[in-house]
Design a protein around this ligand. Structure first.
Ligand SMILES: *[C@@H]1O[C@H](CO)[C@@H](O)[C@H](O)[C@H]1NC(C)=O
Ligand SMILES: *[C@@H]1O[C@H](CO)[C@@H](O)[C@H](O)[C@H]1NC(C)=O
Ligand SMILES: *[C@@H]1O[C@H](CO)[C@@H](O)[C@H](O)[C@H]1NC(C)=O
Length: 340
């Protein structure tokens, strides 16, 4: 009769462990390959591929352990950022220029006109998509043009609300033509500068006429001369006031600056994000609604510009009416909306 002795058991254990880790590592390699194919990724050589695979693996581990903890109210998943470190993600995808808000500026928003200040009745929930005021999710790609996408989404909203027509508007016009000392195409910019450009020029052209190129270009005066939507100006929602923000969003989509540098935002895939992600504002998105989920958790419905493979088919829900006055990720710090 054959019996395992201690040594045999150890050897068997060692072989099993090695085998398991080989299988796991093969599975991960396969997963990385699949992901590369899905996202059309190519690496210049084997060394780069190995480096990217290691980052992919670390991100996957982070995502899996985050989801396994399972009590945060939202899930993460791999997406187009899966082979980037958090620093690379921040450098590649975000505004670059941080929105700096002084106390003076914040106080100033309280003294400005806020046309919805006397609104007393707001619906329990709102989804501007259902009202036909939101175009499909767009994708800014490798260009820090979030400010143009958020401005456009807010402008598409008010244009549909006032004219009844939903027209997809041109981010590229803003990327190419809005030049200020703080707004510069793919290098980042401010929604306020974009509103001011549209007002001064007397309108904005359509996506169809001046389509998105993912890179900086020279301002095309001819294309820019076709205007299909106009605004009279823009206003700020009083800073750090989610109640005021609710009154505004009940009436139209609103552009908001947010802090999006955290890994939890990088890999957000579903649910209501209530994470403390700081107030380093580095991204601009558009609130297109609000509601309450089945568990009674209140949320903001937010349109991002990172394609449909990020988040909930391109959208993210943020927890609403939190204790911190800045709101989740600082979303209540500096909301703006165009006026028609
Ligand atoms: C809100 O009501 C107050 C008091 O009636 C009024 O002074 C103010 O102008 C109103 N604000 C707006 C934006 O209509
Ligand atoms: C940028 O321009 C604005 C308005 O033209 C001016 O008030 C501001 O001081 C300038 N900022 C910098 C950093 O030059
Ligand atoms: C997170 O994922 C788990 C497992 O797939 C699922 O049961 C849960 O509903 C998800 N939660 C959210 C908030 O999407």
């Amino acid at each position: 009769m054959y019996c395992f002795n201690q040594k045999n058991v150890l050897t068997l254990f060692y072989i099993l462990t090695l085998w398991t880790s080989l299988v796991t590592s093969n599975k991960l390699l396969e997963k990385h390959e699949q992901w590369m194919e899905e996202h059309g990724k190519f690496y210049k050589d084997a060394a780069e591929k190995e480096k990217r695979f290691q980052i992919f693996k670390q991100n996957l581990q982070f995502i899996e352990s985050f989801n396994a903890a399972g009590d945060s109210g939202f899930n993460l998943s791999i997406n187009q950022f899966a082979d980037q470190t958090n620093d690379e993600y921040k450098a590649n995808s975000l505004n670059g220029q941080k929105k700096q808000l002084t106390d003076v500026e914040m106080e100033a928003t309280e003294k400005q006109v806020f046309r919805y200040e006397n609104v007393t009745h707001v619906p329990a929930s709102m989804d501007w998509r259902e009202r036909g005021a939101v175009t499909p999710i767009k994708h800014q790609h490798h260009c820090g043009s979030c400010w143009a996408f958020a401005t456009v989404a807010a402008t598409e909203g008010i244009n549909q609300i006032t004219t009844g027509r939903l027209v997809s508007l041109s981010e590229q016009e803003l990327v190419d033509c809005v030049k200020t000392n703080r707004t510069d195409g793919c290098n980042g910019g401010y929604a306020e500068d974009a509103y001011e450009f549209i007002v001064k020029k007397g309108g904005i052209t359509s996506e169809a006429k001046y389509s998105y190129k993912r890179v900086d270009g020279k301002c095309n005066i001819k294309k820019s001369s076709y205007t299909v939507a106009n605004i009279k100006g823009y206003e700020n929602v009083p800073a750090n006031n989610e109640k005021a923000l609710l009154k505004a969003v009940a009436n139209q989509p609103v552009a908001v600056y947010i802090a999006s540098g955290k890994r939890a935002f990088q890999f957000y895939s579903s649910g209501i994000l209530g994470e403390d992600c700081g107030i380093e504002l580095d991204h601009v998105v558009t609130i297109v609604g609000y509601g309450t989920n089945d568990n009674g958790v209140k949320y903001w419905l937010v349109k991002n510009s990172w394609g449909t493979k990020w988040g909930e088919k391109g959208y993210v829900k943020f927890k609403r009416d939190i204790h911190a006055k800045e709101g989740v990720c600082g979303l209540a710090m500096f909301p703006t909306y165009p006026i028609a």
